[in-house]
Design a protein around this ligand. Structure first.
Ligand code: SAH
Length: 366
């Protein structure tokens, strides 16, 4: 493993020597998805709810309640869409396949809906696709590398913690104006951040006046492109999407690139390919990119899950359990809606074909 790590690092050093500094987006793409040495190509990212194995844990791995409530959301969306049969049930970035398994179990509450659902998983990592195939054995699934490979038609889309893995670029306000933060060599065989020259204002968004000196903002072109593609689908055929991720609705003016390994925060530029890299999602940018359709939210994950019936489902699961097991179920549910943690840090946005009723758990359109 150490050899692998140094191989990707060495490749970065050679690439920077040949081509000059890299944008953070260039760095993220290669560190996460390089076909030989990228993190999602080689690693086993997701651990279980106890934090065993993997590098990080996601909501569907914490409690089955997360996927079951999103399953209820899908059932309700299907009815609102006029019960299309068949329809595409599309998940973007499905991880271990746990969320889809929990959603499908819940869809079976309405056998017509379950029968109408054609499952499409959009996954960049062959390694994770293989794990998804195991989790979903017995289910007819079609895998795709990108969303545009999924044929047109009515669809319900889910994406949990996918957008945070998409590459960002970072810009910092200096006394001379905005500069891009770039990845360069540090002179000791490692990588570090350096600022570009000042950028012409014509290249920058026009809402930057409020930024104090030293402020950083982030842009993810792939995230905006994907939100635009989702909107394109939903504008062409009836459909609804829910996007959940950690992020913000108003720019925090600070960089959010982070790396984790073994459930610990680590420095983002060291050990490329061995650590997970993410950045907070700019939900306002997704809404702008999806202006062909109707956006609801973002609301906090806490607000969405409570509105979808988290407390009732949790109580249902606890029935008949011994105290210790019931306490575990409650603790996992609480973690999903913790106002100091996931409950407020994670936001949910719904996009849908204009003219439908509001999606379950979301307020009226913006
Ligand atoms: N949704 C899952 C997994 C989140 S981890 C959960 O909640 O547990 C991020 C997932 O997105 C992984 O499956 C990863 O392989 C996938 N992924 C990362 N970048 C991607 C890209 N550009 N296109 C498609 N999938 C991607």
């Amino acid at each position: 493993m150490a050899q692998r790590m140094s191989r990707l690092q060495e490749r970065f050093i050679r690439r920077i020597a040949a081509q000059g500094p890299l944008t953070i987006a260039d760095f993220m793409v290669a560190a996460l998805l390089d076909p030989d040495d990228g993190y999602y190509t080689r690693a086993t990212p997701l651990g279980d709810e106890a934090g065993r194995g993997g590098d990080f844990v996601t909501a569907p791995e914490i409690s089955q309640v997360f996927g079951e409530l999103l399953g209820l959301w899908c059932l309700e969306a299907w009815q609102r869409l006029g019960q299309p049969a068949p329809f595409h049930l599309i998940e973007l970035g499905p991880g271990r396949g746990t969320l889809m398994a929990d959603v499908l179990r819940t869809l079976a509450l309405l056998p017509d809906c379950r029968a109408a659902a054609e499952v499409h998983l959009v996954e960049a990592s062959p390694r994770l696709a293989a794990i998804q195939a195991e989790t979903l054995s017995g289910v007819a699934v079609t895998w795709h590398k990108t969303l545009d490979q999924v044929l047109s038609g009515p669809s319900i889309l889910l994406a949990n913690e996918l957008f945070d893995a998409l590459p960002i670029r970072q810009f910092e306000r200096s006394p001379e104006g905005w500069r891009e933060r770039l990845v360069v060599r540090d002179g000791e065989g490692g990588l570090t951040i350096a600022l570009s020259g000042p950028l012409p204002p014509s290249l920058l968004p026009d809402d930057l006046d409020a930024a104090p000196e030293g402020a950083v903002f982030e842009v993810s072109l792939p995230a905006e492109t994907l939100a635009g593609q989702i909107a394109g689908r939903l504008a062409a055929d009836p459909g609804a999407a829910v996007i959940i991720d950690y992020g913000y609705a108003a720019r925090p003016w600070k960089g959010s690139l982070q790396a984790v390994a073994g459930h610990q925060r680590v420095a983002p530029l060291t050990r490329p390919g061995q650590v997970d890299l993410t950045a907070q999602v700019d939900f306002s940018a997704l809404v702008r990119a999806a202006d062909a359709v109707e956006a609801h939210g973002p609301v906090s994950q806490r607000q969405l899950l409570l509105a979808l019936g988290l407390e009732e489902r949790c109580a249902g699961l606890q029935q008949g359990l011994v105290q210790e097991a019931a306490d575990k179920v409650a603790a996992a549910c609480q973690r999903l809606i913790d106002p100091e943690g996931m409950g407020s840090q994670f936001l949910a946005l719904s996009l849908q074909t204009p003219g439908l009723e509001s999606p379950a758990g979301f307020p009226l359109p913006r």
